[in-house]
Ligand binder design. Structure first.
Ligand code: MRU
Length: 335
């Protein structure tokens, strides 16, 4: 996988060959972004099965089960991780009596399918979302919900890519996204790779830009959406949503159905990851705070559904999301 920790200074790959090494990579943010974490976890399971396939049966099952556990513990907020593991578990159950090599091949095929499906879904989200944007639009985004955060194309940046491909004159305002700088390092880089005009601002400049009429729409991704439409996304998203409402700017959330957690009544139940102090103290080993100062580092916040203009999913655009509208996204046979 691409090592996202070192972008854009260098472009490096990190090889993983087991569930433990993939879990470590997810934990360490080598790979990040909700759908990408899900895809990585699926490959983690497949790699583990391939690694264990010639072991005695009891060891194979026990060790593969441990692989699921270690992957599930890698990060708590993005529900795509648990969604992907659940899907891999269903596949395992369906072939559990077969030869282990066959089980491993089956799990690998499912991981490939999850990856391909994510790209297909992002393209559809892109089409739906692009239709919401005027022919010329300045779009603010927070964090990185691009190709790097998914299997390809992206969710929020997928909409921007699709609109750009459709000939719309889109420019991007990227929040730098303190403290991990996904906007500054990754979104800015992705947009520059494709020559989509991008301007980087610090997070605290969003209100200035909006009050000066320099933003036409906000599009962000999501890590977990509760059944009432509350959205957990990168820390700072809530602040942007409040500002957007104050300035009458549409606030769109691009997310695949795999990011919607219908088991949670509201966003209050979404586990919020607290990350190390070191990320707030400075960057890359350099510290700029007084030694010993108390630090908080919640990595996500929850934007209440009432601030969300619409969710853009592969099954269409859901305006003013609520329980009833989200429920209707699933065909009655799958509910
Ligand atoms: O901590 P990260 O970088 O994994 O957080 C990522 C985000 O918050 C993204 O906006 C979200 O996962 C959507 S990615 C399509």
């Amino acid at each position: 996988m691409i090592d996202q920790r070192v972008l854009p200074v260098s472009f490096e790959y990190l090889a993983c060959d087991s569930a433990a090494s993939v879990a470590q990579a997810i934990h360490d943010m080598v790979v990040r972004g909700a759908p990408a974490i899900g895809v990585a976890a699926a490959y983690g399971v497949a790699l583990e099965a391939m690694r264990l396939h010639d072991m005695p049966t009891e060891n194979f099952s026990k060790d593969l089960e441990s692989g699921f556990t270690i992957l599930a513990q890698s990060r708590p907020t993005a529900v795509n991780l648990f969604w992907a593991l659940e899907r891999m578990r269903r596949v395992w159950s369906s072939v559990v009596k077969q030869e282990q090599a066959f089980v491993a091949q089956h799990l690998l095929a499912e991981a490939h399918e999850i990856l391909a499906e994510d790209i297909r879904i992002n393209r559809i989200i892109g089409e739906y979302g692009a239709a919401l944007l005027p022919d010329e639009a300045r779009v603010l985004t927070h964090c990185n919900a691009g190709a790097l955060a998914t299997a390809g194309h992206g969710t929020a940046l997928g909409i921007i890519r699709s609109a750009h491909e459709a000939g719309k004159r889109i420019s991007v305002i990227a929040d730098e996204t303190r403290p991990f700088l996904q906007g500054a390092r990754l979104t800015a880089w992705e947009m520059m790779q494709e020559r989509i005009p991008v301007t980087l601002i610090t997070d605290s400049m969003a209100g200035f830009m909006m009050s000066h009429g320099e933003i036409d729409a906000v599009i962000v991704g999501a890590d977990r959406v509760a059944s009432n439409g509350d959205v957990a996304n990168k820390i700072g998203t809530y602040m942007v949503a409040v500002l957007a409402r104050r300035h009458n700017i549409p606030f769109y959330v691009a997310c695949p159905l795999s990011t919607i957690d219908m088991t949670l009544p509201t966003g209050d139940g979404i586990p919020i990851e607290e990350r190390p102090d070191s990320e707030v103290k400075g960057y890359n080993g350099m510290h700029w705070v007084p030694e010993g100062v108390a630090i908080r580092n919640p990595a996500f916040d929850v934007t209440p559904a009432e601030l969300v203009t619409a969710l853009v999913t592969e099954r269409g655009v859901v305006y003013q999301p609520d329980k009833k509208r989200l429920h209707a996204l699933w065909p009655s046979t799958l509910r």
